[in-house]
Design a protein around this ligand. Structure first.
Ligand code: FPP
Length: 300
């Protein structure tokens, strides 16, 4: 087995990480303390021993200033190939990384997380790989339903989901409807998605209004195009992360990501985790240090 190229890789934690853990890690990342970022042997826990949240001492804690992070999840195939496994094994482990990254994003307080799960171009992959990805999507939506609902996450999609098979669309649409009122974090899955295709759709809807006589072409401005996009109700994209070292944007959020920072990591998507997310935010200057309150002096 090859060693992972993830700068922050370690054994994937098998349990849900504590909130204080995230704060300790954010603290370590904010201060660039490599020792604190090390993993305790075999435990999957960081060696930072004093979570900033548990002992208010006037120290500083890091919190993300980014509201909307979007990720091009790349490298599943290479992850599997490196282990002599079929490509679908990489996608399966990629789905585990999706679950962990959604948890981490929610815990860190992001408003929006957008994941490029299946591009319009991905329909051109071999039939068995497409079927395997559809099954994983179905399983994800079914398995994560209660966690999404219990954690205030609003699930939605961008892209043309009418192309998805009914066995995926049914549970997906049901969870979208049932989570529509939640406001903790919006998780957008880009499915059968293309950036150019989505801009074309927005143009088409504006032209329909022009044809109906409710809109004048000279009144169309950038805000109006933004409002016609599927992402209209999301905050602007602050950061686009691409795993596996690629530096291409690959038809992702072409309109919405125009002012976003771009971060690439050699880490393959199945190895991505909370530490990698925090590192991406830190390297992109999207972590802010915040002073913990000093303990109040006892009055005598
Ligand atoms: C790119 O890796 C990844 C994809 C095309 C699909 C992403 C899908 C998942 C992460 C799993 C299922 C998704 C959810 C939301 C449960 P690649 O196959 O292009 O990798 P390669 O470049 O190494 O071949």
């Amino acid at each position: 087995m090859q060693s992972s190229p993830c700068p922050q890789s370690g054994e994937r934690s098998r349990h849900v990480l504590a909130h204080a853990w995230a704060h300790a890690l954010a603290h370590a990342l904010a201060h660039g303390d490599p020792a604190a970022l090390g993993m305790a042997a075999g435990s999957g826990e960081p060696t930072a021993t004093r979570p900033a949240t548990s002992e208010p001492s006037g120290e500083e804690t890091a919190i993300p200033t980014a509201r909307h992070v979007a990720i091009i999840m790349d490298g599943n195939g290479r992850w599997a190939q490196q282990r002599g496994l079929p490509r679908i094994a990489g996608h399966k482990q990629g789905a585990v990384a999706v679950r962990d990254t959604v948890r981490a994003a929610r815990r860190l307080g992001l408003s929006a997380l957008t994941l490029y799960a299946f591009s319009e171009q991905n329909w051109g992959r071999p039939l068995d790989e497409v079927s395997g990805l559809m099954q994983l999507l179905h399983d994800y939506v079914v398995d994560e339903r209660s966690e999404i609902l219990e954690n205030g996450i609003r699930l939605r999609t961008i892209g043309n989901i009418t192309r998805l098979p009914a066995f995926v669309r049914r549970p997906l649409e049901s969870l979208i409807a049932d989570s529509a009122h939640q406001s903790g974090m919006t998780l957008s899955l880009a499915l059968s998605y293309g950036g150019r295709e989505s801009i074309t759709d927005a143009a088409r809807s504006l032209l329909r209004a022009v044809a109906e006589g409710t809109l004048q072409p000279e009144d169309i401005d950038e805000d109006m195009v933004s409002a016609a996009m599927q992402t209209a109700d999301l905050p602007p994209v602050d950061l686009i992360i691409r795993t596996s070292g690629e530096r291409r944007i690959s038809n992702f959020l072409l309109w919405e990501g125009v002012h976003a920072r771009f971060y690439t990591t050699p880490c393959l998507w199945p190895d991505f985790n909370q530490k990698e997310l925090l590192l991406a935010l830190r390297q992109s200057h999207l972590l802010q240090t915040q002073s913990s309150p000093l303990p109040t002096a006892p009055t005598t």
